[in-house]
Structures are given as structure tokens and as C-alpha cells.
Design a protein around this ligand. Structure first.
Ligand code: AMP
Ligand code: MG
Length: 328
């Protein structure tokens, strides 16, 4: 298909010293689209341009598919259907959605309830675009519905039921990580060896960057375009949760999208949390959880987990590193 380049490749053994391992036509391919209300970016190393482009298109389609099924902004998504009906009767769902909700409940257990997809029972009362927050009365009324124990899963029937009315779920704290993991699996099935996939603050890297690590920057939570730390990474997942992603300010307060399940209010004390590990689903949920738990409890959880590191920026801009990163 690329005859000239092909000739160059055939000649490679002769000029092997110039490029011993990579065919002459290999290149980085990339694309960026707005999906799931955020920027999705794919960059991969490919020695077959049509196949590389097809792999990128497949990732974008996978992201759109997950958005269609899991977005609470789409009335006809599976999650919206659950929210409308699961208090009345069990709702049958796909094994993919069932497994992700089951994973969310595991993360609730792991984090002592800091991660709780029923946060949405009160979280749905905020509108960050239109700068709307709930009244004290509305918040107090919604609060009892926040509790992950209200979610009843039946694995045999692949169904979900809510134990009471008023319960709402939202997978915004874990679905992007899931979408990134699915995308990486898709690339691996296509024999892609070096790539990065990002959906907003959730990224995962396979391989490295032509023999060197990727360098992933942690942005300054208060100054867009500025970076407070740079992490060299290969074969890793990294997620950042920040209070700057979706927020508005009113009466001297920052109302943002990470909600404390115990009071239904945006969490104070932290500006951003970045966690590093091996899979994006866990890192996505964990970054949100550590944000809710705060510096002390959040970092203690990170230290308890194997192969997980974290960088936290607190409300004063002070930075905290997990022990493994301190050593590095
Ligand atoms: P992230 O983008 O990973 O920081 O996750 C933030 C998103 O997670 C929010 O936009 C909500 O959709 C969702 N969320 C907020 N608070 C919680 C919570 N306490 N537990 C689980 N998900 C949450
Ligand atoms: Mg997260």
C-alpha cells in the first residue's frame, strides 16, 4: 500500500544500523474528540497507518458506546433507565454494567463509603453549568438516599434494584476509567504495543515512548497551563480528580463536583488528587475516593495498597507524595 516506504523497509537489513528495530514508515498517530463531556485523546505508535487509524476510530466508537449506555445526561441510557425504575422493580442490565456497578460497590467497601455512586441522590440537585445548588431543605430530604447499601444486585438475574425511593446512581467517578481500560484492551487486541489513551483526567499507557517513559504532568489546580509535577511513566494508569473540573463559585465558596456522601456537599480540604497504578477503572474510583477522604486518611489508604502511589495538592497548595514517589 505504501510502495516507496515498503522498498525502504526491504532495504532495512542492509542499512540496519540506522534503524535496527523499527520499520522506516512507523509513526505516531493521534486523534482528539469531545466525548463523555470531556476530551478523549488517543496516541499510538503504528507501522501500518490504515490499521493504526482504524484502531483510533475503534477507541473513539467504544468511548461513545459507553457514554450512550452510562451517561446520566442521556435520558435513554441504561443508567437513566435504572434511575427511573429500580426503586419499583428489578431492572435487568448488561453484564458490563452489572460488573461495573459491582466494582463500584467494592470500591465503597474499600474506601469506607467515600466512594459511593448513590452520591447522585443529592448530587443530582447540583447543576454546575447553571450554578445551581440545592436548598438546605432539599439536601436534607435527599440525604438518606445516599448509601451504597441501598443498591441490591442479583448476579443470577443480572439485575439491579434500589431498596428505597429517592436513590439515584451516577458512574461519573468510575466510567471514564472503565472506558479507558476497555480502549486499551481493544488496542492490545490489535497488537498495538505503545499507546496512551486519556479521557479527561484518566489516562493509561501501554509500553513506553520509543524506549523512554512518557512524562505525564500534574496540572496546577489553580492555574491552567501550569504544571506542579511531572511523572515519568510506562505501562501505567494515572488518574487525577480536581475541584477545578466542574464548579462554580457563590458566596465565597467553591461548589464542585466531588461530593461527600455523608453530607451531600462538595468536599473541602483538597484541590487535586493524582493516583498511579495499573488499571484505570481502579485509579479513577480511587482518585475520587482519596479526594473525599482527605490528605491523612486518603494517603493512609494509598500506602495500604500495593503498587499504588499518589500526589495530593491540599487546599493551601501544599503537595504530599506517597512513600514510593518520595523514594523515586
Ligand atoms: P473524577 O472525575 O474521577 O474526579 O470523578 C468525579 C465524578 O465522580 C463527579 O463528576 C461525579 O460524577 C462522581 N462523584 C462525585 N462524588 C462522588 C463520590 N463521593 N463517590 C462516587 N462518585 C462521585
Ligand atoms: Mg476519578
Amino acid at each position: 500500500m505504501y510502495p516507496l516506504r515498503h522498498v525502504a523497509a526491504v532495504a532495512l537489513p542492509v542499512i540496519g544500523l540506522l534503524a535496527p528495530t523499527s520499520p522506516a514508515w512507523a509513526e505516531w498517530l493521534s486523534d482528539q474528540q469531545t466525548i463523555m463531556g470531556t476530551v478523549v485523546r488517543v496516541e499510538l505508535w503504528s507501522d501500518d497507518q490504515p490499521a493504526g487509524k482504524a484502531a483510533i476510530a475503534a477507541v473513539m466508537e467504544e468511548m461513545r458506546r459507553i457514554d450512550r449506555t452510562m451517561s446520566t445526561y442521556k435520558q435513554d441510557s441504561d443508567v437513566s433507565l435504572i434511575n427511573r425504575n429500580a426503586a419499583q422493580k428489578p431492572v435487568t442490565i448488561s453484564s458490563e454494567l452489572f460488573d461495573l456497578i459491582a466494582r463500584s460497590l467494592q470500591m465503597s467497601e474499600l474506601t469506607g463509603g467515600a466512594f459511593d455512586i448513590t452520591y447522585a441522590s443529592a448530587g443530582q440537585l447540583y447543576d454546575f453549568h447553571r450554578k445551581i445548588k440545592p436548598s438546605e431543605h432539599a439536601l436534607a430530604k435527599a440525604l438518606p438516599a445516599i448509601n451504597y447499601h441501598h443498591i441490591l444486585l442479583d448476579r443470577k438475574r443480572s439485575s439491579i434494584k434500589f431498596s428505597q425511593i429517592g436513590v439515584r446512581i451516577d458512574l461519573g467517578g468510575i466510567a471514564k476509567g472503565h472506558a479507558v481500560d476497555r480502549s486499551i484492551a481493544l488496542l492490545q487486541a490489535r497488537a498495538i504495543k505503545q499507546a496512551i489513551v486519556s479521557a479527561g483526567g484518566d489516562s493509561r499507557i501501554i509500553g513506553d515512548h520509543r524506549g523512554r517513559p512518557w512524562v505525564v504532568g500534574i496540572r496546577d489546580p489553580r492555574q491552567e497551563g501550569k504544571v506542579v509535577a511531572a511523572l515519568p511513566l510506562s505501562d501505567a494508569a494515572v488518574s487525577t480528580s480536581g475541584d477545578y473540573e466542574r464548579y462554580f463559585e457563590a458566596n465565597g465558596m467553591r461548589y464542585h463536583h466531588i461530593i461527600n456522601p455523608t453530607n451531600g456537599r462538595p468536599v473541602n480540604g483538597v484541590r487535586s488528587v493524582t493516583v498511579l497504578g495499573s488499571d484505570s477503572t481502579t485509579m479513577d474510583a480511587l482518585s475520587t475516593s482519596v479526594f473525599v477522604m482527605g490528605v491523612e486518611k486518603g494517603m493512609a489508604l494509598v500506602e495500604r495498597l500495593t503498587n499504588v502511589e499518589a500526589v495530593i495538592v491540599d487546599a493551601n497548595g501544599k503537595m504530599y507524595y506517597s512513600a514510593g514517589l518520595e523514594r523515586r
